[in-house]
Design a protein around this ligand. Structure first.
Ligand code: CO8
Length: 263
């Protein structure tokens, strides 16, 4: 499908989605959210894709949040439909079984920060700015920010960001553990691709099992979490990846994982 607000590139098993409304700093209008949802379906249906990268078009912004021009005209029913659509696309993103890296190249505000938070981890350019400024608009984060941010950076830090609506720089985001690494702007995509390539060479079954064990274990007690890990471990043992990985070690060669879920 042709997209008007998104660019999809697939190379070497790595898909890159670029949010592409640079005149509005890649703000999320209904059309972009619909396209994002569609492209995520396209990606989850493509067995050959092993890693997804998300980034923004232009030099200034990742995603500057929901489109305020559109938001300002919603009545409460339209607001509900928009929020539901947004939440469902964010859930779709979080539930992707392949690893997702957000390469945040500029403003990641409101819904933009929330997309990054629903990814598996965040790399940022030195120019990146993060914030949940919804409070300044008289609303609150609606795409999961009140839930994911405290889990990532701690309750009090999250409350400070959400109550003040203040932006923080990439280096502050690094300090509080919101982003994994910060790079010079011109190095961000190369560095993100380097990590994506490393991950893309791993076994698809084990990546999927690791992601699911981590995500499913986060909101339950550690004993139940560890039993999820045991089941996931058992599942991996019967996979073609485990056979290849262990044989490669014993034969003193590099494992060549096939990128398939088949046993
Ligand atoms: N929506 C629509 N247009 C935007 C947005 C946005 N979120 N952000 C920037 N733009 C537009 C500007 O209006 C401007 O357009 P124009 O050139 O036509 O005037 C253009 O992008 C460039 O922006 P600025 O001139 O403002 O650029 P600056 O460098 O001066 O400032 C900022 C950049 C700081 C990013 C500033 O644009 C800004 O504060 N933007 C708004 C950020 C924001 O508040 N985002 C949160 C939105 S709310 C949200 O995301 C809620 C998500 C959950 C919704 C739940 C469902 C209801």
């Amino acid at each position: 499908m042709e997209y008007s607000n998104i660019i999809l590139k697939i190379e070497e098993g790595i898909a890159t989605i670029t949010f592409n409304r640079p005149k509005a700093l890649n703000a999320l209008n209904s059309e972009l959210i619909g396209e994002f949802s569609h492209v995520l379906d396209e990606i989850s249906g493509n067995e050959d894709i092993r890693v997804l990268i998300l980034t923004g078009a232009g030099e200034k912004s990742f995603v500057a949040g929901a489109d305020i021009t559109e938001l300002s005209k919603f009545n409460s029913l339209e607001g509900k439909i928009f929020a539901k659509k947004g939440q469902s696309v964010i859930s779709k993103l979080q539930e992707l079984t392949i690893p997702v890296i957000a390469a945040v190249n500029g403003f990641a505000l409101g819904g933009g920060s929330e997309i990054a938070l629903a990814s598996d981890f965040i790399y940022a350019s030195e120019k990146a700015m993060f914030g949940l400024p919804e409070i300044n608009l008289g609303i609150i984060p609606g795409f999961g920010g009140t839930q994911r941010l405290p889990r990532l950076i701690g309750i009090n830090m999250a409350k400070e960001m959400i109550f003040t609506g203040k932006m923080i720089s990439a280096s502050e985001a690094l300090e509080i553990g919101m982003v994994n690494r910060v790079f010079a702007a011109e190095a961000l995509m190369d560095e993100t691709l380097k990590t994506a390539r490393i991950i893309a060479q791993k076994g698809k079954t084990s990546l999927r099992a690791a992601k699911q064990a981590i995500n499913n274990g986060l909101n339950i007690d550690i004993f139940t979490g560890c039993s999820i890990e045991v089941d996931s471990f058992a599942l991996c043992m019967s996979s073609i990846d485990a056979k290849e990985g262990t044989s490669a070690f014993l034969e003193k060669r590099k494992a060549a994982f096939k990128g398939t879920l088949k046993n």
